[in-house]
Design a protein around this ligand. Structure first.
Ligand code: OAA
Ligand code: MG
Length: 198
C-alpha cells in the first residue's frame, strides 16, 4: 500500500510529533474503517453553503485530500454526487469542519470522509470559496500540502516541513512498543518497563 504516512496510526503520529498536531476529537470518520491519508488541498467555504466544494473537486490535484472549513455548520455539505465526482478526479478523501450526508453510500464507495457532524440538511450554492490558503479545521491550522491522516481515533495534520522527521520517530516508536509488548507477554509489567515504580 502506498501510504504517505507509512501506515502509522494517528495516535502514533501524534506522540511522535512532540507538538500539537491532533484535531479536535469532535472530527470523526463518517464510516467505520475509513482511513484518510494525503496532502491537503485547502478550501475556505461557508457554513450551510457548498458551492466551494463543487469548485474544489475540479481544482484540486489528483491524490489530494480536500480540507474544508465550513464553520462547523450542521448541513449536508457533501454527499454521494460530490463523492463520485471526487473519485473521478482521483481525489483521496475529505476532511471538513462541518456536516456531510449519504454515509451509507460513501461507505459503499469506499471514500474516506472525516467531519464534525452527519446532517441531512441541504445547502445553498452561493459562495465560490477561497482555495490554497491556511484553513482552521478542528481547531488546527492546516496549510496546503500538509499531510492529513485520519483513522478510527481521529485526525492529525503533519506540517509539510516536519513530515519526514515525524515519520522516522513514528517508526522508532512502533519498534519500541513492539519490544515492550513482547516483554509484557513474557510477564513483565508496565510499571517496571516504563520506570514508573516507586
Ligand atoms: O447538495 C450537494 O451538492 C451535496 C450532495 O447532496 C451530494 O453531493 O450528493
Ligand atoms: Mg445528494
Amino acid at each position: 500500500m502506498n501510504d504517505l504516512a507509512r501506515g502509522h496510526s494517528t495516535a502514533t503520529l501524534s506522540e511522535a510529533a512532540g507538538f500539537a498536531i491532533a484535531l479536535s476529537p469532535e472530527l470523526r470518520p463518517l464510516w467505520t474503517g475509513a482511513r484518510l491519508c494525503g496532502p491537503a488541498f485547502t478550501v475556505q467555504g461557508a457554513g450551510g453553503d457548498n458551492l466551494a466544494l463543487h469548485h474544489a473537486v475540479l481544482q484540486a490535484p489528483a491524490g489530494a485530500v480536500l480540507v474544508a472549513d465550513h464553520g462547523g455548520a450542521p448541513f449536508g455539505h457533501w454527499g454521494e454526487v460530490l463523492t463520485v465526482a471526487a473519485l473521478h478526479r482521483g481525489l483521496t478523501g475529505l476532511l471538513i469542519d462541518g456536516g456531510v450526508r449519504d454515509a451509507a453510500e460513501l461507505q459503499e464507495l469506499g471514500f474516506p470522509v472525516f467531519s464534525r457532524n452527519n446532517s441531512i440538511l441541504g445547502t445553498r450554492k452561493d459562495f465560490q470559496g477561497v482555495f490554497d490558503g491556511p484553513v482552521t479545521v478542528g481547531g488546527v491550522t492546516i496549510r496546503p500540502g500538509d499531510l492529513v491522516v485520519g483513522d478510527i481515533d481521529g485526525v492529525v495534520a503533519l506540517p509539510l516541513s516536519g513530515v519526514h522527521a515525524i515519520l522516522d520517530r513514528a517508526d522508532a516508536r512502533v519498534a519500541k512498543e513492539k519490544e515492550l509488548i513482547t516483554l509484557i507477554r513474557q510477564g513483565h509489567n508496565t510499571l517496571d518497563l516504563y520506570g514508573l515504580g516507586g
